[in-house]
Design a binder for this molecule. Structure first.
Ligand code: AMP
Ligand code: ZN
Length: 707
């Protein structure tokens, strides 16, 4: 080898190394969000590579990080037809319509419960990236969904977009959203202000404006980012579920928007949709809602799409609007744990399509922090269907003599519901009514017990609970057989004092106390009352976690209730558990353990539990999920993946059967997978398992091994 070719060889190796490093750091920065080097060090490496490539032009490759700096200005964008159209999404501002969407999906699929993925609806500009043999070939905007603009030159400048991925798929189109992070947007506008350029209204406008630049160098100077959440045309790649896709995208080096959740059923979806809204502040990108997608792709094929939008997805948009009004008064609401929640009574004001007369003030500390005073002009904010809240005070309009708010004084030291003393709970930053028999607490406990995520007793609304728990005057028709029927007023005592009393209710008790009772409609009233009684009776056989959750033990939500049920298998075992034993359960810390033992130590709670037992409520219905199973069984302790279509099971049923036998169900085939169960038309996972030499069971073998 002569000197020149030797130095070329050195340069080639160095360039190779630098490319690898630059790619790795890009990935650490954009995908893992844990950079190892500073931006300056990154630029240093990039500069070195540029110099090498300038000295040896033969080394330049289209996927080199140096190609991100932007090429020559374009005369215009070429049009590009999407092989698979980029659809829009049906959207709604109403959680009711999200539930209707679920009802349609379930009906069309003929199933009762569907798994969904909830992910952020990123408010950016959509993009489609086409990789061929792992190389980024084309980037396009959505356009009208069928044809978009070819913005490949601009997309290359976006560091978050990998120029090369570890996939040899012939075609892999991924889709997502280009956005400008909050900090990047602020910096961009600062700079524009300095330069006397017009400011961008919001990050979305700035992103759209940047991508439309014909000069890629300008785009390169804008710190755009991207998240991916979908695929377009695929050849030689495929996934079974959306959750798997999101994991796989990350594995391929694409940024994926966090957080996202895989949810069982629509109620969990709704919780996550609300949680996401609360976490908006944590995100670097703007969101305008949440997207709910059916998880299983075979269902996508079954559901199909309308001309405009797919039937397997729905966007729930957060509407966020403000209005100014006057705070007329502050009332105090008593919850099931006795906490007094201050509520703003407002001069009614139209906001986001409804009239707002009340809004939450959260707690006393919050009122003090915002210095909200009765009589103030206040700004009300309503975001989505979250309860409207008082955002801030318009100080300039504060009336003379407005006093700082003091909850204890405002309440006169007494619970507004029962008149008993209130006390400050230092842990909860709240004032509490100390009377456990407070009617508001009783009502709250019952409402919680019957709620959907607890005992799930349908048909017991707030008004019905109120009339069961208080004394009620009713019209009773008495026929004494002598003078004929006469109507008299009768006072009925409260019939439900605790959750166990529900199980003693007779249809007649309910019928008499039904709010808005129509005396002439006794037939239908009785039917409804009987139905409610049947629902109450049916709940006796509920799974244990529902009962534990329904009891309303402080600090024990649904998730913990499920864990405790799994761990202890019966209410008696849980009641008998020492705090130390409780604290060893995963996710149960000392506080929860103390809260559980405190709860069961109280005589009043024990009485209610004994009443429930006598009423026939089951204390031991536990369907073992993980950790159960016969240790001699084939699947016990194994890591198992299910793929393809099974005849005798849905995917969920197969997972459930495996978990019951002590297996861990995994979503993707990897080195640690121990068994693959492959139904009909299994695809990439089958191949992967074969390659890794993992035992593969067909459905018949699966069924044999279950037994
Ligand atoms: P719309 O423009 O209101 O019809 O909403 C559809 C658009 O939302 C899509 O074309 C995407 O650009 C965008 N979008 C943002 N986040 C997501 C996501 N997680 N899943 C699907 N689409 C999303
Ligand atoms: Zn009270």
């Amino acid at each position: 080898m002569d000197g020149a070719s030797q130095s070329f060889e050195v340069a080639r190796e160095r360039a190779e190394f630098l490319r690898g490093e630059l790619e790795r750091h890009n990935r650490l920065y954009y995908v893992e969000a844990s950079p190892e080097i500073s931006d300056r060090e990154f630029d240093g490496l990039l500069r070195e590579l540029q110099d090498l490539e300038a000295a040896h032009p033969e080394l330049v490759r289209p996927d080199s990080p140096t190609q991100r700096v932007g090429g020559e200005p374009l005369p215009g964008f070429a049009s590009l037809r999407h092989a698979v159209p980029m659809m829009s999404l049906d959207n709604t501002y109403s959680l009711g319509e999200v539930r209707e969407f679920d009802a349609r999906v379930c009906k069309a699929l003929g199933v009762e419960l569907v798994d969904y993925v909830v992910e952020p609806k990123v408010d950016g500009v959509s993009i489609s990236l086409r990789y061929e043999g792992g190389l980024l070939r084309v980037a396009a905007t959505r356009g009208d969904g069928r044809t978009g603009d070819d913005i490949t030159a601009n997309a290359r400048t976006i560091r978050a977009i990998p120029l090369r991925i570890a996939s040899d798929a012939a075609v892999l189109e991924v889709r997502g959203e280009v956005y400008l992070g909050h900090a990047a947007f602020a910096r961009l506008n600062q700079e524009r202000e300095k330069n006397g350029e017009p400011l961008f209204a919001n990050p979305r406008n700035a992103t759209a404006g940047s991508l439309k630049q014909l000069d890629p160098k300008v785009v390169a100077a804008r710190p755009l980012s991207v998240v991916l959440y979908a695929t377009g045309e695929l050849e030689g790649a495929g996934w079974d579920t959306h959750a798997e896709l999101l994991e796989a995208l990350k594995g391929l080096g694409f940024p994926v928007a966090r957080p996202w959740w895989l949810c069982r059923g629509i109620e969990e979806v709704i919780e996550r949709v609300e949680e996401l809204q609360g976490r908006e502040g944590e995100l670097d990108f703007a969101i305008d809602g949440a997207v709910v997608k059916v998880n299983e792709y075979r269902y996508w094929r079954q559901l199909g799409a309308t001309a405009k939008a797919p039937r397997f997805a729905m966007a729930y948009k957060y509407s966020s609007e403000q209005a100014e009004t006057r705070l007329r008064a502050i009332t105090l609401q008593v919850g099931r744990t006795g906490v007094l929640t201050p509520v703003a009574e407002l001069e009614p004001v139209p906001l986001a399509g409804s009239t707002i007369a009340r809004a939450t003030l959260h707690n006393e500390d919050e009122i003090k922090r915002k210095d909200i005073r009765i009589g103030d002009a206040v700004l009300i904010k309503k975001a989505g269907e979250v309860i409207p809240a008082v955002e801030s005070v318009v100080l300039a309009k504060r009336p003379a003599g407005a006093e700082p708010f003091d909850l204890f004084a405002h309440a006169g030291g007494k619970c507004p519901e029962c008149g008993e003393a209130i006390a400050r709970d230092p842990e909860a930053a709240a004032w509490r009514c100390t009377n456990e028999e407070c009617p508001a607490q009783v009502r709250g406990r019952i409402a919680h017990f019957v709620s959907r995520r607890a005992m799930n007793i349908d048909g017991l609304g707030e008004a019905m609970i109120a009339s069961l728990t208080t004394k009620t005057m009713v019209q009773e028709t008495v026929d004494d057989g002598l003078f004929g029927a006469t109507a008299t007023e009768v006072e009925l005592p409260p019939i439900v004092r605790d959750v166990a009393d529900l199980y003693a209710l007779k249809p007649k008790d309910i019928e008499l106390r039904r709010p808005n009772r129509a005396a002439d409609a006794q037939q239908t009233e009785m039917k409804l009352a009987s139905k409610l009684c049947r629902a109450i009776a049916a709940s006796k056989n509920n799974e244990l976690w529902r009962l534990i959750h329904g009891l309303g033990i402080p600090n024990v939500g649904e998730g913990l209730a499920r864990k405790l049920a799994q761990e202890f298998s019966s209410l008696d075992a849980l009641m008998g558990a020492e705090a130390e034993a409780l604290a060893t359960v995963r996710d149960v810390g000392a506080i929860v353990a103390a809260s559980v033992t405190d709860y069961f130590a109280r005589a009043g709670n024990r009485d209610v539990i004994e009443k429930l037992r006598r009423a026939g409520v089951r204390f031991d219905r536990v369907e073992k999920v993980a950790g159960g199973g016969n240790p001699d069984g084939y699947f016990f302790g194994k890591r198992v993946v299910v793929t393809g279509t099974l005849e005798a099971f849905t995917r969920e049923e197969a997972h459930e059967a495996l978990r019951q036998r002590g297996a861990t169900v995994m979503g993707t085939v990897g080195k640690t997978t121990q068994v693959l169960i492959a139904g009909a038309s299994a695809g990439s996972k089958y191949a992967a398992a074969q390659k890794l030499g993992i035992p593969i069971l067909d459905e018949a073998a699966f069924i044999r091994h279950l037994e």
